[in-house]
Design a protein around this ligand. Structure first.
Ligand SMILES: NC(=O)c1ccc[n+]([C@@H]2O[C@H](COP(=O)([O-])OP(=O)(O)OC[C@H]3O[C@@H](n4cnc5c(N)ncnc54)[C@H](OP(=O)(O)O)[C@@H]3O)[C@@H](O)[C@H]2O)c1
Length: 342
């Protein structure tokens, strides 16, 4: 494993982070008709990742492990399972990231980035995670109803109380992030050290505006959906017949919206070509996609940490192997042309 600095902070994290939005699921459904999370396998995967040197784990108060948009009956499941894992290791050996913003209670203040909501949710996250502090506390997405200064002052107070060590943002516009950074500077408040955004070979929209912000403020870029929710693998394409396929219990088979978003002609074309490049290099598409992100660090001069999600040990082993892939500038040019043309 390689370790990199979390943006401008002094703390080092593993080059890959393990995410917990989706966890492996069982074929059986719970009383609400939702697939049960395979807790035993989840714990095994966390431990395997840990044993392979992953020290950085990402979750969110809302993650349910088996739902894309969790309802109030299921929120908190991922934090609870991660909390169980924490009991089995030395808490000081990992960097634990979670998030706040999403709906956790039925009341008007049951969500958001107000002082009231954050002060409630930090206590709840600490309980679910079986810990006394969060290493990286991230605001999950914007809350236009709360003044940014209220959110920042609250986060700053959590750092002063030792409940949170570092703070980060996710899913805000470039303009919003700059505003937060300037407010922190002006009022001498704790500053974000990271941004968490979707970025991969297929979806490169953040290059236009958010990456320049990360460069300007030295923020680490924590990349979510680095495999475009599993599309950047060999699993969804029948390469011989150049058509889509849908493996059982895969994310696109469980969630119609994912399939609708991912299965289109542009993506099929990109995957067919990526498959050729991967084959030539003797690696898999997922390794190519992750190695591309890791290489982008040098080109963009920022720290990029892909947050991988896995539902089996094989996926974990395959993805971690990407750290041993070194893409040449010719490989990078080929991928560049492929995504620019498509
Ligand atoms: N801040 C945010 O708003 C936000 C949003 C999304 C995610 N996140 C974070 O980012 C993490 C990663 O996101 P993501 O799960 O969308 O990442 P991803 O890497 O794009 O997709 C992961 C999924 O792809 C499939 N997969 C992974 N490796 C594979 C392989 N080698 N071969 C075949 N299939 C493979 C698995 O799905 P199946 O096996 O189930 O098909 C796995 O769950 C999350 O867990 C979460 O921590 C944050």
């Amino acid at each position: 494993m390689k370790y990199v600095k979390l943006g401008n902070s002094g703390v080092k994290v593993s080059q890959l982070c393990l995410g917990t939005w989706h966890l492996p699921v069982l074929p059986e459904l719970d009383e609400y008709g939702v697939h049960k999370v395979d807790k035993e396998l989840s714990l095994k995967l966390f431990k395997k990742a840990y044993d392979l040197g992953i020290t950085f784990f990402d979750t969110a108060n809302r993650y349910a492990g088996s739902m894309q948009t969790a309802d109030l009956n299921h929120v908190g499941t991922s934090e609870r399972i991660l909390g169980e894992f924490l009991k089995s290791i030395d808490r000081e050996s990992i960097i634990l990231a979670t998030k706040v913003r999403g709906k956790m209670g039925p009341w008007p203040h049951g969500e958001g980035l107000s002082r009231k909501h954050i002060m409630w949710q930090i206590k709840e996250s600490l309980k679910r995670l079986n810990t006394t502090y969060i290493d990286l506390y991230q605001i999950h997405w914007p809350d236009p109803d709360t003044p940014k200064l209220e959110t920042l002052r609250t986060l700053d107070s959590l750092v002063k109380q030792g409940l949170v060590y570092y703070i980060g943002e996710s899913n805000h516009s470039a303009h919003d992030i700059v505003e937060f950074m300037e407010l922190s500077e002006r009022y001498n408040l704790e500053k974000f050290v990271s941004m968490q955004e979707r970025y991969n070979i297929i979806d490169r929209r953040i290059e236009a505006d958010k990456i320049p912000v990360a460069q300007r403020y030295g923020l680490a870029l924590l990349v979510y959906s680095p495999l475009h929710q599993g599309l950047l693998t060999a699993k969804y394409v029948d390469f011989q017949n150049k058509t889509w396929k849908l493996p059982e219990l895969s994310r696109a088979s469980l969630f119609e919206s994912v399939k609708n978003e991912l299965f289109n002609d542009r993506n099929l074309k990109i995957l067919l070509e990526l498959n050729d490049i991967a084959k030539e290099k003797g690696i898999t598409i997922s390794q190519l996609a992750l190695a591309w992100l890791i290489k982008r660090q040098e080109e963009l001069n920022i720290t990029i940490i892909p947050i991988i999600g896995v539902t089996s040990e094989n996926q974990l082993l395959e993805n971690i192997e990407s750290l041993n892939v070194n893409l040449s500038s010719d490989d990078m040019k080929r991928i560049e042309e492929l995504t620019r043309q498509s």
